[in-house]
Design a binder for this molecule. Structure first.
Ligand code: BTN
Length: 129
């Protein structure tokens, strides 16, 4: 089966974009995330991400996790966990689930501070010319 590589440019079903750097020897990686949707509905900026792939990465379809800090426009943080696959048509995809934690002003509001969801990422093609 063909190996799935995490590094590169990805897009999810919400049209968010993510670029993951080359992986370090220990499986660590960093990158940038541009979300198309926000809790407040306002404009967004590129946000940093850091994560790691399962090690040793002998698996063709490795599991991974990463965190995005939305520091410049929000006090929320998101963690993603997922697995890299090659689908039946030979295309790589990342199947993930996420937890989005927003900051709330009191412990009484803690119950509503975490959202959960799923995102599927496919490789973004770079148009020619
Ligand atoms: C915020 O609005 O406070 C931070 C941005 C959150 C964006 C979320 S993270 C999970 C989901 N997947 C995306 O690509 N964007 C949303």
């Amino acid at each position: 089966e063909r190996k799935c590589q995490l590094s590169g440019l990805w897009r999810n079903e919400q049209d968010s974009l993510m670029e993951i750097s080359a992986l370090a020897d220990d499986g660590g990686f960093q990158g940038e995330y541009l979300t198309r949707v926000t809790l407040a509905g306002g404009c967004t900026h590129v946000s940093p991400l850091r994560g790691a792939q399962h090690q040793p990465s002998e698996a063709a379809w490795p599991t991974f996790a990463f965190t995005v800090w939305w520091d410049t426009f929000s006090n929320a943080t998101t963690v993603f966990a997922g697995q890299c696959f090659v689908d039946a048509s030979g295309r790589e995809m990342l199947s993930t689930m996420w937890l989005l934690r927003e900051a709330v002003g009191s412990l009484e509001e803690d119950w509503k501070a975490t959202r959960v969801g799923r995102n599927v990422f496919t490789r973004k093609r770079i148009p020619k010319g």
